[in-house]
Design a protein around this ligand. Structure first.
Ligand code: NDP
Length: 332
């Protein structure tokens, strides 16, 4: 079976030559373990950080070893109690066709309750990130004006809609194409949206939010964060969720250059990691699946076919080729 390996540490933008799809033996499960045939795998921005050899909150990928990440698959052999062939599981050994793992690291998921891809997105890690980041980290309150960057992506699209559903006074989003901007206002119910490539973010944000913002959900960093600081009302709160504009930058961005505004506006900028918010999981699943069933919360997915195209899917996601969650279909 095949698995993607990292073969070189990228400098700046990764290129296909930093990766190789290699054969490796399929391991039969021993006691307590399961063999899973992967059906879907996730490509996520945080994986870029794991390609660098630096200490971080997740260990770096090892060179010439299979990469890993979120995946959903079908159990094909089990030596673990409670897991049988045919069960579907969410687990952490993506980037490969077959995975053998300790069943304690797998969560059973139901294909009847939701499409399996949803467990990697709207009902999975990125959905929980949106939910926790907005309601817990940013202390969102009804009546807040909310700005979210990366707003047509997996996390951002959910943040904006959740804010709307919970009574935001105004929801503003930024994204990287006219088509995405249209999606935000026409499908997701944002009050205003702009293409950050059309002109300075600070000016576009000020036009979209003439009365200022109370919450900024940051997926991008740099110029976007600087613009949000400028547009913040007193006691504004930012969830620093991601800084994708910096992940491939060889030199750090000088922005934000206006941090002195934090003082007079009494702003709070808080970083987050989704894994700190697992206690919200039951409430999140209950509330969000009800919104999805009723059609109040929409979600998109961009599905790339075939494990051969997984690296292209990852690179495409970094460049904005996805709308909603970027997913790779590994098998049927
Ligand atoms: P997305 O689905 O949003 O995909 C990434 C998107 O980023 C692209 O589609 C692209 O959209 C946008 N983008 C790329 N480069 C730039 C740039 N220079 N400026 C502005 N936008 C850019 O990914 P996710 O929803 O999975 O993740 C969104 C953010 O959340 C990331 O920063 C990620 O690291 C972070 N994250 C953090 C977590 C945590 O626990 N802290 C957990 C999960 C995600 P466009 O066409 O609009 O440019």
């Amino acid at each position: 079976a095949r698995a993607w390996h990292l073969t070189a540490r990228p400098q700046g933008w990764p290129t296909p030559s930093d990766f190789a799809l290699r054969e490796q033996p399929v391991e039969a499960p021993t006691s307590g373990r399961i063999l899973v045939r992967n059906l879907l795998m996730s490509v996520d921005p945080y994986m870029r950080g794991r390609m660098d050899d630096v200490k971080s909150y997740v260990p770096p990928f090892q060179l010439d070893e299979p990469m890993d990440g979120g995946a959903v698959g079908e159990v094909v052999a089990s030596e673990a109690e409670g897991f049988a062939p045919g069960d579907h599981v969410l687990h952490g050994l993506g980037w490969r066709e077959y995975a053998t793992l300790d069943a304690r690291h797998a969560t059973k998921v139901s294909a009847d309750a939701a499409p399996l891809s949803a467990y990697l997105g709207v009902l999975g890690m990125t959905g929980l990130t949106a939910y926790a980041g907005l309601f817990e980290v940013a202390s969102f309150q009804e009546g807040d004006a909310v700005f979210v960057s990366g707003a047509a992506g997996a996390v951002g699209s959910q943040v904006g809609q959740m804010a709307r559903l919970k009574g935001a006074s105004r929801v503003i989003g930024s994204a990287g194409s006219a088509e995405k901007v249209r999606l935000l206002t026409e499908e997701y119910g944002f009050d205003a949206a702009f293409n950050y490539k059309d002109g300075p973010v600070a000016e576009q944000l000020r036009e979209a939010a003439p009365d200022g913002i109370d919450v900024y959900f940051d997926n991008v960093g740099g110029e976007h964060l600087e613009a949000a600081i400028r547009s913040f009302n007193v006691h504004g709160r930012a969830t620093i969720c991601g800084m994708i504009s910096q992940y491939n930058a060889e030199k750090p961005s000088p922005a934000p250059r206006n941090l002195a505004l934090l003082i007079g506006k009494r702003l709070r900028l808080q970083g987050m990691l989704v894994q700190d918010h697992r206690h919200l999981q039951p409430r999140f699943v209950e509330e969000v699946s009800a919104w999805v069933r009723s059609g109040e919360l929409k979600y998109d997915e961009t599905v790339v076919e075939g494990i051969d195209n997984a690296v292209d899917a990852f690179l495409g996601m970094l460049k904005g080729e996805n709308t909603g969650k970027m997913i790779v279909r590994v098998g049927d």
